[in-house]
Design a protein around this ligand. Sequence first.
Ligand code: FES
Ligand SMILES: [Fe+2]
Length: 370
Amino acid sequence: MYINFWYPVTLSEELKEEPIRVRMLSQNFVVFRDSKGKPNTLSDTCVHRGGSLSGGVVREDCIQCPYHGWRFNGDGVCQRIPSLGKDAKIPKRARVDAYPTEERYGIVFAFLGDLEEGKRPPIMPINELDDEKNWRANVLTYEANINFERSIENGLDAAHNEFVHPTHGHEGEGDDYKVGKLDFVDNMFGPKKWGFGFWHAFKSPGSKSDGPQIKEASDERMAGSGIVGPNQMWTYIVFNENSEFRQYMFECPVEENHVKIFLINMRKMMLDPNMDKPIADRCMVIAKQDIVILEQLDPVLTPQFNTKEFLVPSDEPCIKYRKLLNGWKKKGWKIDTTELTTNLGKKAYAIPSPARKTQKGWVLDKVPLS
Ligand code: FES
Ligand SMILES: [Fe+2]
């Protein structure tokens, strides 16, 4: 799990007047809206004596701790310590980490890290959402007991479709099955350093389906996949020029072995709103086919050394992904979960926020990084 990336926090519609507690990267966060509706994401641990801020209430655009009533504004700065009396001066150290928070596509995103604004990676753009005439969206969320890297690697794996998804492949029954050439491209959504993609042609039996029928001229398709950062992935499946799926996945590691996935499935066909439900159902059938396999992988985490796996050319996207992850680890962005687990219950941490770059004297230590 890595700091310094954007993570999907919650669906916009699930964040109402009440603050909510969200677990991400093995840490707790409080998320609340101010009086203008702007969402805020703060470390959930009150720096007084460890109260869980999300159990409190929102007062004057601040989250008020349920234990002794300290109030923290959207920047994490304490505005009021009731026990000191009215008009008391608030000490500078009385603050919690606050994270840049943005709302897009009906999802609240938080930047969990301390990078300055200009250095942050992008949230994947979904331009199809601006073209309602040709595209229609489904927004889905689901959770699984999978390490998020395993989930992303699965999305980058052209060879699994044939076997894991009976509706896409032939289950290996044809003698002529082979993963064709993978054409790599640079990151489609921003600077090269944040990701890459690849395209390949594949054959699919098309209408052999338990879901909505798609009209195609042939069983030959183009598919593309790619990543932006460790946890954002896109997959395009092109049936023909009028029929296409574009899936955008934003994954949030809740724990090292548990992921919450926010999927925006865009379709350039079957635009009738009545098709939303069958399409959503179909997406979930496919997601569950992956989950069944991924929850049983051994080890749970991707192996640290490639020598503990036997990789073949169709695993190349996976290797590229791991190289990028390794680069982010070298920058010191990977959370040291071994140390985190050692101190479980004995020590509260916080993901470092951008304010730590300019201010000293934080009450909680930042999460251990490897
Ligand atoms: S623990 Fe939060 S106000 Fe005391
Ligand atoms: Fe899959």
